[in-house]
Ligand binder design. Sequence first.
Ligand code: FAD
Length: 462
Amino acid sequence: FLIGLLGALWLLGSGHGEQQPPETAAQRCFCQVSGYLDDCTCDVETIDRFNNYRLFPRLQKLLESDYFRYYKVNLKRPCPFWNDISQCGRRDCAVKPCQSDEVPVGIKSASYKYSEEANNLIEECEQAERLGAVDESLSEETQKAVLQWTKHDDSSDNFCEADDIQSPDAEYVDLLLNPERYTGYKGPDAWKIWNVIYEENCFKPQTIKRPLNPLASGQGKSEENTFYSWLEGLCVEKRAFYRLISGLHASINVHLSARYLLQETWLEKKWGHNITEFQQRFDGILTEGEGPRRLKNLYFLYLIELRALSKVLPFFERPDFQLFTGNKIQDEENKMLLLEILHEIKSFPLHFDENSFFAGDKKEAHKLKEDFRLHFRNISRIMDCVGCFKCRLWGKLQTQGLGTALKILFSEKLIANMPESGPSYEFHLTRQEIVSLFNAFGRISTSVKELENFRNLLQNIH
Ligand code: FAD
C-alpha cells in the first residue's frame, strides 16, 4: 500500500500525470549501493562477488562445526546504565541454553587441552583458556610460551568488556538452535538502546540531530544536512566508528527482514523474506535516502572485519593451534577449513588499509585510539540493557566479534610482533573471541548474501 501511495504521490508531485515512477523497488534500495565505498579503495560489486560465491558457503560450513556453534555467554548481567529494563517476554525472544551434556567435554574443560605436564601447572594455566586451544604434545618451548601468554594481561588491547565466563550465570548457547531472526522487539525500548548508542557513544554533540530519529521531534531536511556535514567534518577514525555501528544496525535489520515470522499456526512457524519490512528500512524514497547509506555502512563493516581476519592468519597458522573439541579428526578438518577460508580472505585484492587510522602525531593518535576503545567498550556494556534475550545474545556476540576485529587491527603487539611473515607468541585470542569473531563475520557475510536475495525479489516490483 505504502509503495503504491508513494508512486501516486510521485505522479502528483511531478506534475506529469502520464509518467510512471522511474525506478523499480530494487533500484530504490540499491541504486546508491554500488561503486566505491567512502574512505576505501574497494567497491560494492567486488565484495558481492567475493563474498557470495567464494566465502559465504565455506564460512557457513565452518560455523556449523561444534567449535563455533557453542558460545558461552552471561545473559543475566545487570544493565550498568539504568534499572527499568522491561524484559519483553515474547516467546521469540527466549534463548534456550545448552544442557551440560550437550556441549563436547573438550570445549568445556580447560584441562583437556593440555599435556599431562602442562596440566600439572594447571593453576598457572587456568587462564590458558584464553588461548583457544593448545596441542596436547607441546614442545618445551611452546609450554613456556603458554605460561607467558597466560600471565600476560591484555586488557589494554581490548575493545570489549567480555563476560566473565567463569561466572555461574554464564551458560553455553547453541547458536544454530537460537538463530538471529525477527523477534518482535521494537518500539521505544529498542529505540532507547539505539539512541543511547548513537547519541552518547558515537562522538556526536547533542546539538547535531540524527536524521529520522524517532525519539527526536520536528526534524526535517536541514537536520539531515547538518548531520552529514558534521559527519564529513570528523576525523576518519570517528567517522568510521559511526559507520561501523550503523553497519551493524543495518545488518541486524537485514536479518530480521530476511528471517521474518511470515505465518504461525499451532503446529509450526514459517520464517522467510519480508519484502515490505526490508523496503521500509532500506528503500531510498521511504527513508529519505537513509536506507541506501546504511547498506553502504554494512559493506564498510564487512571490509573492516575482512581485513582483521586476513591480518590474524599467522596466529591460526601456528602448528600448536587447534580448534579443540576433543574430536581429533574433526578438529583437524576444521582447522584445514579455517585456514582455507583465511587464505582466501588474504587473497582479496582490495583490503581496507588500517594504517591510515591513528596515524600522525603520536600523543594525539594515542588519545584518539583510547577514546575509540572506551566508546566501543561502552557499547558492549549497553548490550546488557537489551530487553529481548535473543537480541541481547546476538548483540553481545556481534559487538564482541567486532571488538575482537578492532583488537586485531590495532593491537600494538600484533603490529610490533606479528608481521605478515610469522607468528607471535605475545598476541593471543581466547576461545570466546575466536568464536565471536567468526560468527560476527558470518552474520555480516550472510547479510551481504541476503542483499542479493532481496535485490532479486525486488527486481520486478515497482
Ligand atoms: P530501529 O532499527 O529501531 O532504528 C531506530 C532509528 O535509528 C531509526 O528510526 C533510524 O532513525 C535510525 N536507524 C535505523 N537504522 C539505522 C542504521 N543502520 N544506521 C543509522 N541509523 C539507523 N529485532 C529483531 O527482530 N531481531 C533481532 O535479532 C534484533 N536484535 C537487536 C539487537 C539490538 C542490540 C537492538 C538494540 C535491537 C535489536 N532488534 C532486533 C530490534 C531492531 O533492531 C529494531 O530496533 C526494531 O525492529 C525496530 O525498528 P525501527 O524500524 O523502529 O527502527
